[in-house]
Design a protein around this ligand. Structure first.
Ligand code: HEM
Length: 470
């Protein structure tokens, strides 16, 4: 896949900006008189674009510099506002713990993706969030996961049978199509086919809607297409609701229709529609990027590919069930290391509801925060040789992830911790298991994927591998 022009233009512009002399640091706001708090220091960057280019183009280098210069809390002009950058396990842990209920998901994520994912569970706060999450939890219980996994194995086998061995096989694109088919069947309970294609297209436009510079409803823009597609998804789910409520389907849509919290309360029709659209989004790119990057790392480190294949063969099963997951410990190490190296949700958004403090720094009300999960998991202070793919760092002997409660956070932490983490893990592993048994793959020596940054780092060149049948 040719690297998009937009990406190349941004990379060139970022390289120029990178060579500009470091700017003077400025306090975000003066701490209240008499307090012993320190100001958050940072710099606004260029007029209009701020530091967005540097942050997005080479976010690791940018955040390492910010951490060195200002410590765990700094501010930067980015995405049209002043963003406070929160780095390192202590600072991230302080925000995720949210002891004083001062950090809002609704306001933080709402600023970035609210137009497309309004009333999704991640965009709710406090008591309301707790109530919705309790109901939603019913759809992610163990017995549900067992049933989803059994349901998806056939889709995986059919999907992989269509992956023709060839050089230049774009694993990221192929994975995206496969996980979308899985979502259509397991989440929506629809057959893949013409209707599903229409649904998939609407879903893709909705996800991409917010990933644009023009953040207004102007016809012809991504934002506009995203809004139109969101309406289409709403209409589709609303149209299916009565049948789903009446039936006894095992798909996530049906389960959400029937789910009840401890007090017997369930979701309204509007809730089900909003949660479906959000969960589809939350599940899709994350699992796709994880699997594609895991395949890439296994091509780069063929000894690990062989170890994982031997482990999968030793299981003696064409497809895994939920109980088999514990018998794939090496795959689990490689899965975790991929999440650390390439955290699909790179940053978490929050906004302060009142004046507060983070690590002794004064942060005024209404400040947008970005919690750098990806950047923190690649910092030498907490990880040995952090840019090296080294799955053994998660082994019992080393357990680098236990150096701090918030050192390893690809799924976030505390009350908003990913509700689909077990689902995502089993989906990625179920696909990889079947792929290891059917195929081998390599990449040309010296190949490096071209990465961009959306919700986290992702390959923009489709990630071409040489795929062979076994
Ligand atoms: C490897 C795959 C995945 C990764 C790395 C990931 C990562 C995350 C992260 C970091 C959060 C926390 C957001 C925050 O605190 O602001 C989150 C929340 C969430 N994720 Fe995932 N996710 C993955 C897969 C999934 C899947 C498969 C589903 C659904 C089936 C899912 C559904 C959700 C939902 C509903 C939330 C919001 C939870 C809440 O706010 O209470 N995720 N995810």
């Amino acid at each position: 896949m040719p690297v998009p022009l937009e990406h190349r233009a941004r990379a060139a512009a970022a390289a120029v900006v990178d060579r500009l002399p470091a700017r003077r640091s400025v306090p975000l706001a003066e701490p209240p008189a008499g307090s012993d708090l320190r100001p958050v220091l940072g710099d606004p960057g260029l007029p209009v674009v701020g530091n967005t280019l540097g942050m997005m183009q080479d976010t690791l280098a940018y955040c390492r510099r910010a951490h060195e210069r200002y410590g765990p809390v700094s501010w930067t002009g980015s995405l049209g506002t002043r963003m406070v950058l929160v780095l390192g396990p202590d600072a991230i842990g302080e925000v995720l713990t949210n002891r004083d209920k001062v950090f809002s998901n609704e306001q933080g994520w709402g600023y970035l993706i609210g137009a497309f994912f309004e009333r999704g569970v991640m965009l709710m706060d406090f008591e309301e969030h707790r109530d919705h999450r309790r109901i939603m939890q019913q759809a992610f219980k163990r017995e549900r996961l067992v049933s989803y996994l059994d349901g998806m194995n056939g889709t995986i086998a059919r999907g992989l049978a269509d992956w023709r061995p060839q050089d230049g096989f774009e694993i990221y694109e192929a994975t995206k199509a496969l996980t979308l088919d899985i979502a259509t069947e397991i989440f929506v309970g629809a057959e893949t086919g013409a209707d599903a294609d229409r649904l998939n297209e609407a879903f893709i436009h909705t996800v991409h809607g917010g990933q644009t510079v023009i953040r207004q409803d102007v016809p012809g823009t991504r934002w506009h297409r995203g809004l139109v597609s969101r309406r289409l998804l709403e209409d589709y789910f609303r149209g299916q609701l009565a049948a789903k409520r009446a039936g006894d389907g095992a798909d996530l849509f049906s389960v959400l229709c029937r789910a009840e919290g401890d007090d017997g309360a369930g979701f309204s029709d509007e809730d089900v529609v909003n949660h479906m659209i959000f969960v589809l989004m939350a599940a899709h790119d994350t699992s796709t990027i994880t699997l594609a990057m895991l395949v890439y790392y296994l091509a780069r480190h063929p000894e690990w590919q062989e170890r994982l294949r031997a482990e999968s063969e030793a299981l003696g099963k064409d497809a895994i069930g939920y109980d088999d997951l514990d018998d794939l410990p090496l795959m689990d190490l490689a899965f975790k290391e991929t999440l650390r190296m390439n955290s699909p949700v790179g940053m978490l958004a929050r906004q302060t509801l009142r004046d507060t403090e983070i690590q002794g720094h004064h942060v005024p009300a209404g400040t947008n925060l970005m919690l750098g999960l990806y950047q923190t998991m690649r910092m030498a202070q907490w990880w040995e040789d952090p840019d090296r793919f080294d799955p053994e760092r998660f082994s019992e002997e080393r357990r680098e992830d236990q150096s701090h409660k918030y050192a390893f956070t690809p799924f976030g932490g505390n009350v908003h911790k990913c509700i689909g983490m077990h689902f995502g893990g089993m989906e990625v592993k179920a696909i990889l298991h079947q792929l290891l048994l059917r195929s081998t793959w390599t990449i040309p020596a010296g190949y490096e994927p071209v990465m961009d940054y959306g919700t986290g780092p992702f390959p923009v060149d489709g990630l071409p591998i040489s795929l062979r049948s076994r």
